[in-house]
Write a protein that binds this ligand. Structure first.
Ligand SMILES: [Ca+2]
Length: 464
C-alpha cells in the first residue's frame, strides 16, 4: 500500500464531514424515510446492530442459504415440501429420531383476527396478564415496566421503583411474573442483567405493586446467577412459578468460549435451569442439594441460552426453548438433575461454520438428554407459551414460540411428547417476535422488537 498524503486524508475527512452535514440537514431524501417513523425505526436499527453480536449468523446464514437454495433448487430435501421448514439444512446432522426436526406442516383452519393492539413501544421482552386483559410488560432497553391495556391499547407511564440494569447488547429489564397470590400480596418478580463486581449477572428481584399501580415498592434482589462475567450476551432470564409457589429461572452460558463451558459445571449458575423459593433460596428438593460441590439452586444444566419456558397444560412438564448456535435451537423437557449437553454436543454449528467439539450431535449416545425437537436452520426462538385455553379448540395444548431472525411465530403440535406438526404464523409481518402470552380469555398475544403488541383471536371474537 502506498502512503496517503496527509493533505489528501484531511481533504477526504472534510468531504465526509460536509456530506454528513448535508445529509442531516436535508429533508425528503430517501434517508429520511427511516427517520420519519422516528422511534420505531430508530429502535429497530439499534436492535439490528445490537443483536448482531448474538445473531451475526442471520445475515451470513441467509445469504448462504439462498446460495444453497439456488444450487439445490431441483433437489428436494429429505423431508420434502411437507415440512414447515422449506430452507435447506445448514448442518449435516441427522436427527436421533424421525420426529426430532422438520415436523410435517400443519395449518390453522380457524379463521383468525390479527390486530395490532399498541405500537411505539421498545423491545417488550416479558409480559404477564396481572388483571383481566391488562398486562405488565418490560421494556428491555429503557428498563421500564409498563401496563398495557389490551381493551383500548393504552400504555401507562413507567412504574417507579424498578431496578438499575445493564442494558448493553442483550441486557436490560427482561422477564416479569406475578406471585401466585398476587391479588393479596401484589408481589411482582422481575429478571434483569445487573452490574456487580466482576461483571454482569442475571438477577431476580421482587417488589410490591402499589395500589395505584404507579410504583414497585420495597424492590429487593433475591437471586444472582453467579459468577459475574465481563460480557453482555446470553443472560437467559425467563421466570415462571410452579404449583408449589416456587420459581424456575433460566440462565445463559454468557456466550463466549471458554466461559460457555461453565454450562457443564455444577459450581456455576451459567447455562442452567434454577429452582428457587420466592425468597431466592434453593428449593429443598433440588437434585444437587446433597452434592457438596454443586450449587443447591441448580435444577438442570448443559443449556446454552434459554429464552422461553412454560408448563405443558396436560402433562405438567416444564418445557423450555433454548437459542442454538447456527441451527440447533432446542425444545427440551426439563427433569431435575439432567444434563442437556451444551457445549459438548449440539445439532448446530459455530457461527463461523466450524464444528462444535468436532461435531457431535447425538445427545443420548453421549450420555445427555436428547432435545424433543430442534431447528435447522435456526428459528431464533424467544419467548413461548402453551395455548391452555379452548377459545380456539384446534390450538389447545399447542405451543407457540416467538421467532426473532426468521420473522414468524412458530406453532407446534405435540402428541406424547413428540412434535407431530409445525406451523409458521404472521410470516408476512416482518417483525421479530420476542414474547408470547395467552390471555385468560384465549387471545394469543405477541410482542415484537419493533414495538408492537399483536392480539390474535378467532375471527369475530377479538373486537367487540
Ligand atoms: Ca442440548
Amino acid at each position: 500500500m502506498g502512503k496517503v498524503s496527509w493533505s489528501r486524508l484531511t481533504f477526504l475527512l472534510m468531504l465526509i464531514f460536509v456530506l454528513a452535514l448535508a445529509a442531516c440537514g436535508n429533508g425528503g431524501t430517501s434517508e429520511e424515510e427511516s427517520t420519519e417513523e422516528s422511534d420505531t425505526a430508530t429502535e429497530e436499527t439499534e436492535e439490528t446492530t445490537e443483536e448482531s453480536t448474538e445473531e451475526p449468523e442471520e445475515t451470513t446464514e441467509e445469504s448462504e442459504e439462498s446460495e444453497e437454495a439456488t444450487e439445490e433448487s431441483d433437489e428436494s430435501t429429505d423431508t420434502g415440501s411437507e415440512s414447515a421448514e422449506t430452507e435447506p439444512k445448514v448442518t449435516e446432522f441427522e436427527p436421533a429420531f424421525p420426529e426430532q426436526t422438520r415436523a410435517p406442516e400443519v395449518e390453522t383452519e380457524t379463521e383468525l383476527d390479527v390486530e395490532v393492539v399498541t405500537e411505539g413501544l421498545g423491545v417488550t421482552w416479558g409480559m404477564v396478564e396481572f388483571d383481566t386483559n391488562r398486562l405488565l410488560v418490560t421494556q428491555r432497553d429503557s428498563a421500564e415496566l409498563l401496563i398495557v391495556n389490551l381493551e383500548d391499547g393504552s400504555v401507562s407511564e413507567p412504574i417507579q421503583g424498578t431496578p438499575e440494569v445493564n442494558n448493553e447488547d442483550q441486557g436490560g429489564l427482561l422477564d416479569v411474573a406475578i406471585a401466585p397470590d398476587f391479588d393479596e400480596s401484589r408481589l411482582v418478580f422481575l429478571t434483569f442483567s445487573q452490574d456487580i463486581e466482576g461483571g454482569t449477572v442475571t438477577a431476580v428481584g421482587k417488589g410490591v405493586l402499589s395500589e395505584d399501580e404507579t410504583a414497585l415498592e420495597d424492590f429487593e434482589v433475591i437471586f444472582q446467577a453467579t459468577p459475574a462475567y465481563e460480557g453482555t450476551l446470553h443472560y437467559g432470564g425467563r421466570i415462571i412459578f410452579d404449583d408449589e409457589g416456587n420459581l424456575f429461572l433460566t440462565t445463559g452460558e454468557r456466550s463466549d468460549d471458554p466461559i460457555r463451558e461453565r454450562a457443564q459445571d455444577l459450581d456455576a449458575y451459567l447455562g442452567k435451569v434454577i429452582h428457587i423459593t420466592p425468597d431466592g433460596e434453593p428449593v429443598d428438593t433440588n437434585p444437587f442439594i446433597e452434592d457438596e460441590d454443586a450449587l443447591d439452586g441448580i435444577y438442570s444444566y448443559g443449556h446454552r441460552n434459554i429464552q422461553g419456558v412454560d408448563f405443558h397444560p396436560e402433562t405438567g412438564d416444564l418445557w423450555i426453548v433454548e437459542f442454538g448456535p447456527q441451527a440447533g435451537d432446542e425444545l427440551n423437557i426439563i427433569e431435575p438433575g439432567n444434563n442437556y449437553g451444551w457445549p459438548i454436543v449440539s445439532y448446530g454449528i459455530e457461527y463461523t461454520g466450524e464444528l462444535i467439539n468436532e461435531g457431535i450431535s447425538e445427545h443420548e449416545a453421549q450420555g445427555f438428554v436428547e432435545p424433543r425437537y430442534y431447528w435447522d436452520p435456526t428459528s431464533a426462538p424467544s419467548g413461548m407459551s402453551f395455548y391452555d385455553n379452548d377459545a380456539i379448540p384446534e390450538w389447545e395444548n399447542n405451543l407457540f414460540i416467538g421467532g426473532l431472525a426468521p420473522n414468524y411465530i412458530v406453532r407446534v403440535v405435540i402428541e406424547d411428547d413428540l412434535i407431530v406438526g409445525e406451523e409458521r404464523l404472521l410470516t408476512e409481518e416482518g417483525e421479530r417476535f420476542r414474547d408470547i402470552l395467552v390471555t385468560e380469555d384465549g387471545a394469543l398475544i405477541a410482542s415484537t422488537d419493533g414495538g408492537l403488541i399483536y392480539r390474535i383471536t378467532a375471527a369475530g371474537e377479538g373486537t367487540e
